[in-house]
Design a protein around this ligand. Structure first.
Ligand code: HEC
Length: 326
């Protein structure tokens, strides 16, 4: 059955004025006709970019640096084992031995991973992403009382080359809020090259000179995200934003969201204009990377599930996901 749009609901209720703020009408996509891909999102604890690039912490760091091996090549397929051992806050056990905990404040009873099926499509004007996932029984972490679940898609253009190799880790630094080197600071996500210097502790607060930042921005060195906010029994809402020298919400939101389901079992569609409203212009035939995050159980900041990076082609192309024309 087709889900009634927010526009339809408002109009039917006779509240015409409210309809002005509703998202623009677009044709509904029959998601049953779009091929999907199953992915697993896992709980990453405090595994920052700098942590992952340090060989004594993460033994794949050397191959990443010297052989050009990206995070996904070693780890896709392992997420359902990685998450459950990180989320407990205990020492982690590998064939090669034990490694210390990377979760100092575990949430009791939290599942370690979430399976999802992801589909992309475009209608010539809008890019759409459809995500079905089972978050399982989630304890209430009470970090974000207003929102039970948030689903976020991160779009990564070619110019953000650290992120095309590591996905969201390029934006997740050791000194961001709730990370090991934060020392109480409330830093958001940022991209490595916006900061003057990057150490094992992250980039701190010193940025590159303005001219360098302007050049990076002009070259398209920026990430964009679309996020759906979900509460059982209530309409979904959406925000969009960018990650450059910090994370910043865009107003008005480029994305809108529709969702059905309930806590534990969701079906979410995020959509937004392919051109305008954000830094990335999605071109037919264009190739991007994407990664997905889910905050379940009223969590905030780093207490989410994340995916490794995947490729996304618009219209047609060779990629993990093809946003087929509908
Ligand atoms: C060459 C293969 C390889 C690459 C590339 C690689 N890793 Fe790893 N990773 C490993 C191995 C092996 C382990 C197991 C622990 C260890 O030996 O450090 C691991 C462990 C991890 C863990 C902890 C898993 C757990 O169960 O506790 C995380 C998180 C992680 N890697 C993230 C990353 C990220 C992010 C990148 C990209 C920057 C990356 N890895 C690239 C091989 C790799």
């Amino acid at each position: 059955m087709m889900k009634r749009s927010a526009f339809g609901f408002v109009a039917a209720a006779g509240l015409g004025a409210l309809a002005l703020s509703a998202p623009p009408a677009r044709a509904a996509v029959d998601w049953g006709s779009v091929p999907g891909k199953d992915i697993v999102l896992f709980y990453p604890g405090q595994s920052s970019y700098e942590w992952a690039l340090t060989e004594s912490e993460m033994s794949g760091a050397k191959s990443f640096r010297t052989e050009g091996k990206n995070c996904d090549t070693c780890h896709i397929g392992e997420e359902k084992d990685m998450g459950p051992q990180i989320v407990t806050g205990q020492k982690r056990v590998f064939k090669t031995g034990e490694k210390p905990s990377i979760e100092p404040t575990p949430i009791a009873g939290k599942p370690g991973s979430i399976p999802a099926t992801v589909k992309f499509a475009n209608d010539g004007t809008n890019l759409l992403v459809h995500i079905e996932f089972k978050e399982g029984t989630q304890p209430d972490a009470k970090q974000d009382p207003a929102t039970a679940t948030k689903v976020t898609v991160m779009f990564i253009p070619k110019a953000a080359s650290e992120a095309t190799r590591t996905g969201c880790w390029a934006a997740c630094h050791d000194d961001a809020a709730s990370m090991p080197s934060a020392a109480g600071a409330n830093r958001t996500k940022y991209l490595p090259r916006t900061h003057a210097k990057l150490t094992r502790q992250g980039g701190g607060d010193a940025l590159k000179p303005d001219a360098d930042l302007a050049k990076l921005k002009a070259d398209g060195y920026v990430l964009e995200y679309w996020q759906a906010k979900l509460n059982p029994g209530a309409p979904a809402s959406a925000v969009s934003g960018t990650v450059f020298d910090k994370r910043q919400e865009t107003a008005p939101s480029r994305a809108s969201a529709e969702a059905s389901g309930s806590a534990g079992n969701w079906s979410v569609t995020l959509s937004g204009k392919m051109a305008g409203g954000g830094p990335i212009d999605f071109q037919q035939g264009g190739l991007y990377q994407v990664a997905i995050a889910i905050h379940s159980g009223h969590t905030a900041k780093r207490f989410h599930y994340v995916s490794f990076e995947r490729t996304l082609a618009i219209g047609s192309g060779a990629a993990d996901f093809v946003a087929v024309k509908k």
